[in-house]
Design a protein. Structure first.
Length: 128
């Protein structure tokens, strides 16, 4: 049965968008290359480091499999128009429906329906 393709459900597609957003958050930050500073490095004491705003955070980079799955989801996004992309991505990042409705200048329920349509478009394309 190597020729059988999986049938996608809308809840699976929605969970893959959430997974892609989580993977994107775990990617290392992009740094601008080529800048040089001549200022000396400030060495802070342990007490100063505890009270500073840039406290160390635990950053666990995503696995190559996670990045591949995220890139697959990014290819799915090309089936959507720009507004749908923003809507789906905001929801994947756990924005509330009220915030999404404010961003798109519509009621929360209308935003939910637009999100459902966008996820259904992706699901339909995957199953086509």
């Amino acid at each position: 049965m190597s020729g059988v393709r999986p049938v996608w459900e809308t809840h699976e597609v929605a969970s893959r968008f959430i997974e892609a957003a989580q993977t994107a958050r775990r990617l290392p930050p992009v740094r601008v290359q080529g800048y040089l500073t001549l200022w000396p490095t400030i060495v802070r004491s342990a007490y100063e480091r505890l009270s500073s705003e840039d406290a160390p955070t635990l950053h666990i980079p995503p696995s190559p499999r996670d990045v591949e799955r995220m890139l697959e989801v990014m290819r799915w996004v090309q089936w959507l128009d720009v507004e749908q992309r923003h809507l789906v991505w905001m929801r994947a990042q756990h924005y509330g429906w009220r915030e999404i409705g404010i961003r798109f200048a519509c009621a929360s329920r209308t935003a939910q329906r637009h999100w459902q349509v966008a996820v259904c478009v992706v699901t339909w394309q995957l199953n086509a």
